[in-house]
Design a protein around this ligand. Structure first.
Ligand SMILES: *Cc1c(COP(=O)(O)O)cnc(C)c1O
Length: 433
């Protein structure tokens, strides 16, 4: 038995499924999770001393690679001043100024402790601001595990919320409407049915929790109809609903200004997580001043957090964001690297006649084991998860750590070199052959 297997056996007795977040369990790829002991740069090492080139990057935060010395030093320095005060601090002001000074449409921001909390709070602010209850989300988009958002809505649009998880009362999801990703008409129909009742439309501007599914852009449309995100913007404006971009993955990844800057579409509220904390538990929501001023203590929308804006977490996030802001060439290179790497994967699939689809956007990408183009949840679900599991096991055995599930993204970081990526491409070629 390996050390990872021994630890996992112990874990299963005292932690549900042996893990503190379900996807870590390796259940869908028929493996025992590797217990990670340390990570540096683009590599992780498990308790048995196996080294892996990591394409998960803690699910996004490690955009500079693991254990960036500048981030680590900022954290160590902050620890020396005390771990938490439950009072206002300078770093929180600096963090808010950095975000509001750089991100379009974010006039004010509130720090929280996770992406889940950020989204839950943004929805509350949108409801408080509009005085409306209903929200629209898209099938296949993940917005954290708060009750109202755990809705997948099975077959068809316009079905009012069916809870996706046991333990979520029907009452919590009755105002959650589901629409089809990349399908504006499905959203339009909901607005026509409930013109004065929809508080917000929340979307992952690049779907990254059903595998990577980019939004259809204006350029791709033949008949000059608007792109998907542009269309959501105009529908929200027309019906007085708040457009929320859930940028927990895309924020500070597609570029410093996230999807808003990358696609040139304005949101009213934006949620952050992952990169904003550089690996520490941080989330944030922010947006237009008139909406954010509805939040307590200036407004009637209550939201609070004992450890929100934690000084050590702020130090980590500030250090990472400052580097990203001051060195825009990091994004330029990362996005170029992504285009080359995922483009090469696509080429390899074509050359070897592998029945896969490669989707990507910047440094995010996915290999779907299906012969159908993937543009929404239904098409993503045509993937053969058994085939993905086999591919995953082959890559892991060869020292490449991919997401242990078909419907997750691959995350590239600044620490992945082209040489390392070229080796991965050769491995993939060998596998597809
Ligand atoms: C990860 C994620 C969340 C939830 O963030 P947690 O920090 O895991 O609570 C919300 N939205 C999106 C788009 C995510 O990818």
């Amino acid at each position: 038995m390996t050390k990872s297997e021994g630890l996992f056996e112990r874990a299963c007795k005292v932690i549900p499924g042996g893990v503190n977040s379900p996807v870590r369990a390796f259940g869908s790829v028929g493996q025992t999770p590797r217990m990670i002991a340390s990570a540096h740069g683009a590599y992780m090492t498990d308790e048995d001393g196996n080294r892996y080139l990591d394409f998960v990057g803690s699910w996004g935060p490690m955009i500079l690679g693991h254990d960036d010395p500048r981030v680590r030093e900022a954290v160590v320095a902050a620890c020396a001043d005390g771990l938490s005060f439950g009072a206002a601090t300078k770093r929180e002001v600096e963090m808010a100024e950095l975000i509001c000074g750089s991100i379009p449409n974010v006039d004010m921001v509130r720090m929280v402790n996770s992406g889940t909390e950020a989204v839950m709070s943004a929805i509350r602010a949108a409801r408080g601001y509009t005085g409306r209850d209903k929200i629209v989300k898209f099938m296949g988009c993940y917005h954290g595990h708060s009750d109202a958002l755990l809705v997948q809505a099975g077959s068809g649009v316009m079905t009012a919320g069916i809870p996706d998880s046991a333990g979520v009362p029907q009452g919590c999801t009755k105002d959650t409407l589901s629409a089809i990703y990349n399908d504006l008409s499905s959203v339009e129909r909901l607005f026509e049915e409930f013109p004065d009742e929809i508080a917000a439309v929340i979307v992952e501007p690049v779907g990254a929790n059903m595998g990577v599914v980019p939004p259809v852009t204006v350029k791709e449309q033949e008949n000059q109809t608007p792109g998907y995100l542009e269309g959501l913007r105009s529908l929200c404006t027309k019906y007085g609903a708040v457009l929320i971009f859930d940028e927990v993955i895309t924020g500070f990844r597609l570029g410093f200004t996230g999807a808003q800057g990358y696609f040139g579409v304005d949101a009213d509220l934006v949620t952050y997580g992952k990169i904003i904390g550089a690996g520490m538990p941080v989330g944030a929501y922010g947006g237009k001043r008139e909406i954010m001023e509805r939040v307590a203590p200036v407004g009637p929308v209550y939201q609070a957090g004992t450890l929100s804006g934690n000084p050590v977490a702020m130090a980590a996030g500030l250090a990472q964001l400052t580097i990203l802001k001051e060195q825009p060439e990091i994004y330029e290179e990362l996005n170029k690297k992504g285009q080359w790497f995922f483009g090469s994967l696509k080429q390899i699939a074509k050359e070897t006649n592998a029945p896969v689809q490669v989707n990507s956007c910047g440094s995010l990408g996915s290999v779907f084991f299906t012969s159908e183009p993937v543009h929404d949840y239904e098409s993503a679900k045509t993937s053969d998860t058994g085939k993905y599991a086999d591919y995953f096991r082959y890559m892991l055995a060869n020292g490449v750590y991919l997401a242990p599930a078909q419907f997750e993204a691959m995350f590239l970081s600044a620490a992945h070199t082209r040489e390392e990526l070229a080796e991965v491409l050769e491995l993939v070629r060998k596998y597809f052959k």
